[in-house]
Ligand binder design. Sequence first.
Ligand code: GLN
Length: 280
Amino acid sequence: MLTVRELTNYGEEYLKQHKIEEPSQNALILLSLTLKRGSTFLKVFSDYMVSEKDRQNFLSILEKKAKGEPIAHITGEQEFLGHIFIVDKNVLIPRPETEGLVEETLRLLKGKAPNRILDLCTGSGCIACSLSLLYQNAEVVGSDVSQKSLNTAIKNAENLNVAERIKFIKSNLFSKLEGKFDLIISNPPYIPTADISKLQKEVLQEPRKALDGGKDGILYIKKIINSAPEFLNSEGMIAMEIGYQQSEAVSKLFKKELWQEVVVKKDIFGVDRYIFAELK
Ligand code: GLN
């Protein structure tokens, strides 16, 4: 049998050889997942003997990680705003940047609860479910062009006991949607097509459809901004996550005669990442 220390050292070397970033931290995370023990435990009890079965599990997880499988795919879940969401190959893995989108939106709503909320491109349903948990009286619609991703979103809504309050609709952006909303929120695909191949190995395991925003990255953002006025109540708000260096181009898409002031906010990494506007 080997100790925790021996296995993390082995894992670090193995990941390094396979050119995985932060090999030492990743080896520790993977061993901690295998043993279902926190990383602090592993650091303190580095002489702890790991059973043969756990050793084999660790090696198989290491192999997956070395092939570029994201940790969320290995565990099948990801935390988002304090709740656990199921993730699979059909949905984008929820990101901390998107947690920021929800947080900034709440700040801008200043306690004014929206009655009807639309989460366009809902993916795993992380935004729709989080908002439904926060606004228990709101009617939430989550839409996505992919039925497979909606199936995952539905499972998440069921797990979080909000399925009865969220309507999931298969729709190409607004094509199948009806009625007006007080809030339209979206994390649409926004990566320029040419940049996709430059992404990390892990990100390339996620659905391309959820990432690719066309030639300039703002194909869907543009369509959403153009259609949104038809689906928003007066003084309704649109809140969107946008790509690196897109804030200027996207700001210009809001017609002055339709929208009030456009607000851009930064994410936790200091990058302009969110754009908000209120309909007149
Ligand atoms: N709304 C989902 C998320 O933020 C999916 C977004 C997408 O597929 N582009 O994670």
